[in-house]
Ligand binder design. Sequence first.
Ligand code: AMP
Ligand code: GLY
Length: 403
Amino acid sequence: MKILIIGSGGREHALAWKLSREGNRVFGAPGNPGIAQFGQVIRSTDYLTVASSVEPDLTVVGPEVPLVAGVVDQFRAARRWIVGPTEKNAQIEGSKIYSKELMLRLGIPTARFVRVEGEEQGITALDQFDFPVVVKADGLAAGKGVIIAPTRAEAEAAVRSLGPRLVIEELLRGEEVSFIALSDGRDAVALEATQDHKTVGDGDTGPNTGGMGAYCDGRILSRDESESIMDRIVRPVIDATKFTGFLYAGLMMTAGGPKVLEFNVRLGDPEAQPLMHRLNCDFADVLMRAATGTLRGAELKWKPEPSLCVVLAAAGYPGTPRTGDRISGIEHCGAEVFHAGTRTGAGGLETAGGRVLGITASGPDLACAIQNTYAAVEHIYFEGMHFRRDIGQKGLKRWLSTR
Ligand code: AMP
Ligand code: GLY
């Protein structure tokens, strides 16, 4: 098949890598230098025009911005097969207020919340919560629209900086798990669970980022847990909205069971990197079935080995990243290197964004996957490079303590 992948990050490189290895011709728009190694990159965000020249059999959308802008509706109107939600259903990610009210209506477990339409209302609403409290901007914010405020003063400052449209909600405690399902509007298939690492610093410290690393291991959720999440969290949304595409539930595994922190309407980044690395079946076929409404009975197969992705970030990230630093050591590092924020400069590959590369490897168990990935990281260098050294450690601890 000819498959067009919309987006330019590590998630899109990982998708393109998997689909290309299956023998498909891949096209990336706007793409990145990683995708250009084996696919054709069209540096345009006018996706319909790109599709007219490429004539793909199938298009897959990576990021949320084109989804919220209605790219799926446009492609369908042009009678092109595409994987993703409609503009209406992209609101499940595009508006936290919409998403929380949907969860409330469907009885999906989530943090208690209040919707806020203005600063004054926000300050008053804080009376209904203990501290720390969570303050969220309503709209898309690239992972930076959430502040966990330890005190009332900080919460008031958060209301002022993120407002006027907000969700204020109670703090949930536990471990986070990313649960992603693929739906054709009626039937759905669950991907293996992954765990992201959202904050910039080791031990979950510092400000939130888009994600500093993730791993995929068949033991993150039991089969029962997975089925219960499908029944209580994913299927109600699909049944109520006829959702198509990837529905990503960001879960907090609380003492009272899994609760939804947020829904996204796409694959996670960096979750997609270990997911694509571990996937062991013809994914193009499953994606085509999702696009054409024939997903019933589809199954995904996974390699037994866990896989892990460590994100190498640029100086300054998650603030404004410095760009233009020369990248070296990729060729012989011994892992898959998914490009996220790179460009080809006069002197070769250089940094061009906050999250620069996702180094991804597997191993017979999680400890080995960690070892193999960090061994590969050792080979790579750019000025100002920083990364977390504890990706996967929560999983290791959990399984050591339950053995
Ligand atoms: P969101 O964009 O809503 O997923 O929030 C980003 C991150 O903030 C999440 O991945 C969590 O780490 C954290 N977070 C969001 N909501 C809560 C909550 N109610 N309790 C604790 N942490 C939260
Ligand atoms: N890694 C979190 C996200 O993609 O939103």
